[in-house]
Design a protein around this ligand. Sequence first.
Ligand code: AMP
Length: 218
Amino acid sequence: MRIVFLGAPGSGKGTQSQRLVERHGIPQVSTGDLLRAHVREGTELGRRAKSVMDAGKLVDDATILGMVEERLARPDAARGFILDGFPRTIPQADGLDAMLAAIGQPLDVAILFNVDADKLIKRISGRRTCEGCGRVFNVHTSPPGTPPHCTQCGDQPRLVQRPDDDEEVVTRRLDVYNEQTRPLVDYYRARGLLREIDADADVDAVTRRIEQILQRRG
Ligand code: AMP
């Protein structure tokens, strides 16, 4: 299955991607994670991207498309993938389309995660990531225990808050989503690929809704 997860920051795309990876054996391709890896490793791309990310703006389309093309060429993506946080602009969606058309493997579905705007800020402010394995938790909805710890790594890896998850940057990211990414809803609807889910439910219920959609397509 070749799947796009579409939705505002904090709508649960990352959490659900991580669950699907385990169930379906296809990789999560998160452009946010790929960029954060570049920042951590101090690559040239990472140095360019960091200030843009910290400001809550979008990294340029050419950089993102190059990064995705390289990632999708790896063997583990041959059976399918979940695109999480990509595409975020119409040119990125066109670029993806061209990339997949060239290998004769078009997208199967784009799933839109609907969550009320006023809930998103609370969700994002509660988000914590395991420094060990990258698993995402939420102190409001999936409490990582007392003291906070990663349920996957056990032991003591730190759970950290992303620098761009502070409230001011989050507000900008939501504006950017509405201006630049929301038009993709109509883009995929016009191509008959869009499915919508109410993502304002507990994590297991959202997973079940996604699985139902995938079963119908699969
Ligand atoms: P995310 O983890 O998906 O919320 O992404 C974190 C940040 O990385 C975003 O706020 C952007 O600055 C950048 N980013 C991630 N994916 C993209 C993309 N597809 N296009 C442009 N910028 C992106």
